[in-house]
Design a protein around this ligand. Structure first.
Ligand code: 5GP
Ligand code: ZN
Length: 152
């Protein structure tokens, strides 16, 4: 896992340093809320990270405005990639938490253009539907929309 730094009492990490332009990046889109730069590893051609300028760790730390701006930026970046690279297929991915595979502890959304025979394989286990379990889950998760909105 990558290291966190403290500067003037504020948490700094490798992505904070990129946002502050202390280390270089291939930034392809930026506004007051987000910086979007090419992932150094390029899982596929055009693989881009959407990163909020404020250091927040994961999806649970995002405020509403940041969440809105991240999604807006993902749509912008997807269209840039479509326009410039001709990509018509895209995955959006966020890893939040260690079990989910997060390695940089500053929230980021991966924008992954997809190509014929690329190396990505999101293998999903396919179960037969179990409606008893689905009923139980649904009662556990049922919120009125207003109550759910109040969670962020
Ligand atoms: P995670 O595994 O946390 O979802 O994704 C972290 C991503 O950050 C990885 O895909 C990794 O390649 C990328 N990354 C790590 N360090 C750097 C860096 O210094 N610059 C850039 N552009 N990407 C980085
Ligand atoms: Zn950071």
């Amino acid at each position: 896992m990558l290291q966190l730094f403290y500067l003037g009492g504020k948490i700094m990490c490798i992505f904070c340093k990129i946002i502050n332009k202390e280390i270089p990046s291939y930034t392809i889109y930026e506004n007051d809320f987000v910086t979007c730069f090419l992932d150094i590893s390029q899982a596929t051609k055009g693989h881009t990270l959407i990163v909020p300028k404020k250091h927040v760790q994961d999806i649970f730390s995002l405020e509403k405005k940041e969440a809105e701006e991240i999604m807006k930026a993902a749509v912008v970046v997807a269209n840039v990639l479509k326009e410039k690279l001709g990509t018509k297929d895209i995955n959006l991915l966020n890893n939040s938490g260690q079990l989910a595979g997060q390695t940089v502890m500053h929230f980021h959304l991966h924008v992954l253009p997809r190509y014929e025979n690329d190396e990505i394989d999101f293998h999903q286990v396919d179960h037969e539907p179990n409606f008893l379990e689905l009923d139980k889950l649904y009662s556990c998760l049922l919120y009125t929309s207003d109550a759910a909105d109040d969670l962020i």
